[in-house]
Design a protein around this ligand. Structure first.
Ligand code: SF4
Length: 295
């Protein structure tokens, strides 16, 4: 760029990176799902999953290398936190993809807890949705959290994107066992914070619920879910557990999963079962990057 002054070129070189970092590895499932792996400096790698469907194509983005939250069912949690992604690194997962023009929906549900990296996540959302940025509709972006309440408050106030809260059980004691974050941010604090906000008609709040066999799939869970979610316009997404090594957790069986869904619907809660994708390509989040590291 010899039409710029030497000083300007030097500043650009020092302060900015241009270009796009291509993924280092790609895995393709027989169902069309693709997992991309990106190297992030010397700190390790992150995954993004491209999930094609009939009417939409979703990209699942990562926000951190590893994660410090140590949820019992999660491979990424076992890595510990290595570093936060920058807004640029988050958006690169979209911009560098061969399928970038086909993607209709973005979900921040990959490696890391988005609200543990709230600054970069909010920056990335602004770049994605601003008219001066990439002009994405806020209605096509969902950010998932395990419920870091102060950051969730910032997100609910400053963004209009959808929110997905990983709940996984309505009982505090059980949640503390599954998700240590519950010792700091209780279910009641999370629910109260959501209730404080005017969600509006366009915005969607959903609760993610991995259904484990014999742990969180009983009628008492249905009853308590209906009780705590009363008053919130929301839906529940039931998720099949993707097995990870060295855990006693198992997914519930298909019959029970369907019954659990029906029971929640009977209570008036819109409930869906998320289709399992990429079963043949290390579907569990964090599995591919963990294998890459040789852990
Ligand atoms: S489920 Fe999310 S928040 Fe929990 S350890 Fe895994 S990446 Fe972190």
């Amino acid at each position: 760029m010899s039409n710029l002054s030497k000083n300007a070129r030097q500043q650009l070189e020092e302060k900015y990176t241009i270009g796009i970092q291509a993924p280092s590895t790609t895995q393709t499932s027989t169902d069309g799902t693709k997992k991309y792996l990106y190297n992030i400096d010397s700190n390790g790698s992150v995954e993004s999953a491209f999930i094609p469907e009939t009417k939409r194509n979703t990209l699942c983005l990562s926000t951190q290398v590893g994660c410090k939250m140590r949820c019992l069912f999660c491979m990424t949690g076992r890595q510990g936190l290595k570093s936060n992604l920058t807004a640029g690194e988050i958006i690169n997962q979209l911009r560098s993809l061969p399928e970038r023009h086909q993607i209709t929906n973005l979900v921040y549900m990959g490696m890391g807890e988005p609200f543990d990296n709230i600054e970069a996540v909010m920056q990335s959302l602004e770049i994605l949705t601003a008219d001066w940025g990439m002009g994405w509709s806020k209605r096509r972006i969902t950010v998932s959290t395990i419920g870091i309440v102060p950051a969730m408050k910032i997100f609910l106030e400053k963004s209009e994107c959808h929110l997905a809260v990983s709940l996984h059980t309505p009982f505090e004691t059980e949640r503390k066992m599954l998700m240590p974050v519950s010792h700091v941010h209780s279910i009641s604090d999370i629910i109260s914070e959501i209730k404080r906000h005017d969600i509006g008609r366009q915005r969607r709040i959903s609760f993610e619920y991995i259904v484990f066999g014999g742990i969180n799939d009983s009628p008492k869970h249905v009853k308590e879910l209906a009780k705590i979610l009363n008053g919130i316009k929301c839906r529940i997404n039931l998720i099949r557990f993707h097995p990870i090594p060295n855990t006693q957790l198992t997914g519930t069986n298909e019959k029970r999963l369907q019954e659990f869904k029906e029971a929640l619907m009977d209570k008036g809660i819109i409930t869906t079962i998320r289709a399992s994708r990429g079963q043949d390509i290390d579907a569990a989040c964090g599995l591919l990057s963990t294998k890459q590291k040789g852990n």
